[in-house]
Write a protein that binds this ligand. Structure first.
Ligand code: 6GU
Length: 246
């Protein structure tokens, strides 16, 4: 998969894209990520990327010309025409695990990071094919949002994670939060690992994890339970245990 990122602050990406799982995925050639500076596509000597908003008001607006020209130049250089062009903006549709799964199916994506008070609407209307927000809060720019999107997508590419199991048992991939995990020591400061996890009984362990995932989701994110596909027996167990401590 190839991802081209267009932004005003390319240095933001250096460290996060050169760590851990994403670094390894890039080294293995599973994902090719290129970061482009929109200012490189300006023509004036001050490399002006923003301007005052028509109609007045606070802040500056990202100019359309360098953004259009950057997308067109990159497409031309790569010899591609049909590629999703995704704008990162608080006005976009909400990002989620299922949006990540949908985007991970594309062989190529272009991400545009907005900045300042906003972006010229003609970029939204005539260049972007999709607009994504990572949540209901405002960031100073789209760079951090793009990193969130790239990370969530990259770990879904086959081969990026050690075993494909790790992505399918993640929180949200089955509509529920993930069950509690433990490692050694068996007792830490007097707090013991739940005995069922030491039992070696794989059926009981699977049932315990499933029930804990349901309970945790019911307590912390009841809004997600609808999508969790809980059976009648599980719902009964959940209601019996919801009120007990922790
Ligand atoms: Cl994609 N951009 C900005 N600037 N703020 C956000 C966002 C994006 N998603 C949530 N808040």
């Amino acid at each position: 998969m190839r991802i081209d990122i267009l932004c005003l602050f390319p240095e933001t990406f250096a460290s996060p894209l050169n760590q851990s799982i994403i670094k390894r995925a890039r080294e293995q050639g599973l994902v090719n990520i290129a970061v482009h500076d929109v200012r490189d596509y300006t023509h004036d000597k001050h490399h002006t990327a923003d301007d005052y908003p028509y109609g007045g008001g606070p802040g500056m607006v990202l100019k359309p010309e360098p953004v259009f020209e950057a997308v067109e130049a990159i497409k031309k250089q790569l010899g591609v025409s049909e590629v999703p062009v995704i704008l990162l903006t608080p006005q976009g549709r909400l990002f989620s695990q299922s949006v990540a799964q949908e985007l991970a199916l594309h062989p190529h994506l272009m991400l545009i990071c907005g900045h300042y008070e906003g972006l010229d609407e003609r970029v939204c209307e005539h260049l972007a094919t999709d607009q994504i927000s990572i949540g209901d809060y405002v960031l100073s720019g789209g760079e951090l949002a793009a990193l969130v999107v790239v990370d969530a997508i990259a770990r879904l590419i086959p081969g990026v994670l050690g075993s494909q199991d790790s992505a399918s048992s993640d929180s949200h991939s089955n509509g529920l939060l993930e069950y509690p995990q433990y490692t050694r020591p068996q007792v830490y400061r007097g707090w013991s690992v739940p005995p069922v996890l030491l039992s070696g009984n794989h059926g009981e362990i699977a049932q315990w994890r499933r029930r804990q995932a349901i309970l945790r989701t019911a307590r912390r994110r009841p809004d997600l339970l609808e999508k969790g596909n809980i059976c009648e027996e599980e719902r009964k167990w959940m209601l019996e245990n919801l009120l007990s401590p922790k």
